[in-house]
Every structure is written in structure tokens, then in C-alpha cells.
Design a binder for this molecule. Structure first.
Ligand SMILES: C[S@@+](CC[C@H](N)C(=O)[O-])C[C@H]1O[C@@H](n2cnc3c(N)ncnc32)[C@H](O)[C@@H]1O
Length: 265
């Protein structure tokens, strides 16, 4: 992987995670399983995982449900981490990854049985276009499933600014906002479930999702990056500062939602 200098990180939040080989979404494995069930994923399905990150969900879903998966991510580093994971886990051929932008996907219409994205759709500039792309590449009768950062209460301007800065430019919606995006893109039978996040539960769910070994390796990699790469040290120091500046009522405002809808036949 490249070793950028102090000013070369494009999105420090994602670049640090890619180098650590670990990404996350609220609700961990339990939320992924909920999404899988809502989207009726089974061994006969061809699933597009948008914003696959480190590939943990894609590999887990393929192993647990026996389906074929294509994962895409904007970041080449994430795709490299995901591809290595699939190879290591003996999933080559059934699970593949490539670089692509969720807002403009290089696929024909009506290709996939299911499109899922976990903590991704709140990042692109144009969410309506992004969800429109999910629906375009989905077969009729197939499901789109999202797990997305959700405003549980109307946030203040300061809270919005904090979240954008601390979470890599994320722009959450309210549950109603996400529901409208799915409905406006033509989906039906829409399911909306929103949850608050509890810090300890979330930490445990992340370790369960990644596994103890991957979590330990990520910790080791983080220390190595901190002490050897100035750009990553600066990014991590900024993240710690942001974590310390977290507004007291942050967890009351910022939760996650599971959203699913079916493309009409
Ligand atoms: C918070 S991480 C979540 C990763 C993964 N889904 C998970 O649950 O571990 C968000 C991921 O979305 C990717 N991403 C952001 N914007 C994207 C876009 N427009 N197209 C594709 N991927 C994108 C980032 O590179 C990052 O890997």
C-alpha cells in the first residue's frame, strides 16, 4: 500500500481504517443479520455490497448464507484489504471486489438480486442519485437494504458540524428522510427501524463482527502506523481530539436505522 506524507490523506477517517484493515457500522453483526433477513438473502442470490470497506460483512454474509457477492468501494485501499480477506478465507470466485463509486456504478440495469449498504449512503454528495443507482442495478422483485446513520432527534447546527467533522464527512438523515429516499426511488414494501447506539454494546458488537484476531491485528497495526507514519499520527491525534469534544448528548441524537424496500415486479 502507498505510504502518504503528512498532507496526503484524502479522507483521514477512511484512510486510517483501510490501513488498519478494519471498518465498522452501527449494530455490528446483529444489524447485518437483520438486513440479510429483510432482503431475503439465501444461497441462490447475487448480492451487491456497496461501500464494502474492509470486506468483513461481505465475507461473513457469503460464508453464513452461501450466496455470491460483489463488493464495491470508492477506496482502492479498502478493495485491496477486502480482496486479501476473501482470498485468506477461501472465498475467491464467490466473493469479488472492485473499485466503483456508488453514485455512478459501472453495471447494467437489473443485475443483482439484492443491494445492501452498511454505513455508506450517508457519505456521497447526492444521496437520491446513489439510491437511484441501487434500484437501477437491482432486478425487479429484488431488495435494497440500508443500515445508515440516523438523526433520532432534529440536531442543532453545531451537532451537524461535529458529526461531519468527526465521522469522515457523514451527512445523516432522519428515519423519515431515509424512508423518503427509498420511496422516491420507486421501492415498495418499505421497512423502517431505528435504534439508538449504546457505546459498550457497540464496542462488543464490533469485536464480534471482526473477530478477536482481526481486532488485535488492527490494534497492532494502529500502533505501528502511529509511531512510524506522521500523516496517520496526525489523523489519529485529530480523531482523539474529536472524540474528546463529543457533545454530551451525542448518543441521544445520533443512532442508526435499518431500511429495506422491494423493487416492484
Ligand atoms: C463507514 S465505512 C463502512 C464500511 C463497511 N460497509 C462496513 O460496514 O464495515 C464506509 C465505506 O464507504 C465507502 N464509500 C464512501 N463513499 C462511497 C461511494 N461514493 N462509493 C463507494 N463507496 C463509498 C468508504 O470508502 C468506506 O469504505
Amino acid at each position: 500500500m502507498n505510504e502518504p506524507g503528512i498532507t496526503e490523506l484524502k479522507n483521514p477517517y477512511f484512510d486510517v481504517q483501510a490501513e488498519m484493515g478494519i471498518t465498522k457500522h452501527a449494530g455490528g453483526l446483529k444489524a447485518t443479520q437483520e438486513l440479510v433477513e429483510l432482503c431475503r438473502i439465501d444461497r441462490d442470490k447475487y448480492v451487491l455490497v456497496v461501500g464494502c470497506g474492509s470486506g468483513i460483512s461481505a465475507c461473513k454474509i457469503a460464508k453464513m448464507y452461501g450466496c455470491r457477492i460483489l463488493g464495491i468501494d470508492l477506496s482502492g485501499a479498502m478493495v485491496e484489504v477486502s480482496s486479501n480477506r476473501a482470498k485468506k478465507e477461501g472465498l475467491t470466485g464467490r466473493v469479488e471486489f472492485r473499485v466503483a463509486d456508488a453514485q455512478d456504478m459501472p453495471f447494467k440495469d437489473n443485475v443483482f438480486d439484492v443491494v445492501i449498504s452498511e454505513s455508506v449512503t450517508a457519505f456521497p454528495e447526492d444521496k437520491a442519485k446513489t439510491v437511484g443507482e441501487y434500484v437501477r442495478v437491482l432486478k425487479k422483485g429484488g431488495y435494497v437494504g440500508l443500515n445508515e446513520v440516523t438523526w433520532m432527534e432534529e440536531p442543532s447546527v453545531e451537532m451537524v458540524r461535529y458529526v461531519i467533522r468527526a465521522i469522515g464527512g457523514v451527512k445523516p438523515e432522519t428515519a423519515g428522510g431515509w424512508e423518503k429516499l427509498l420511496r422516491d426511488s420507486g421501492l415498495e414494501d418499505i421497512v423502517v427501524r431505528s435504534y439508538t447506539v449504546k457505546k459498550l454494546e457497540q464496542a462488543i458488537s464490533e469485536v464480534k463482527m471482526s473477530g478477536i484476531t482481526t481486532s488485535f491485528k488492527a490494534g497492532g497495526r494502529m500502533l505501528w502506523l502511529y509511531f512510524t507514519k506522521p500523516a496517520y499520527r496526525k489523523a489519529m491525534n485529530d480523531m482523539v481530539k474529536d472524540a474528546m469534544a463529543m457533545p454530551r448528548d451525542f448518543m441521544k441524537y445520533c443512532g442508526y436505522g435499518i431500511y429495506a424496500g422491494k423493487k416492484p415486479l
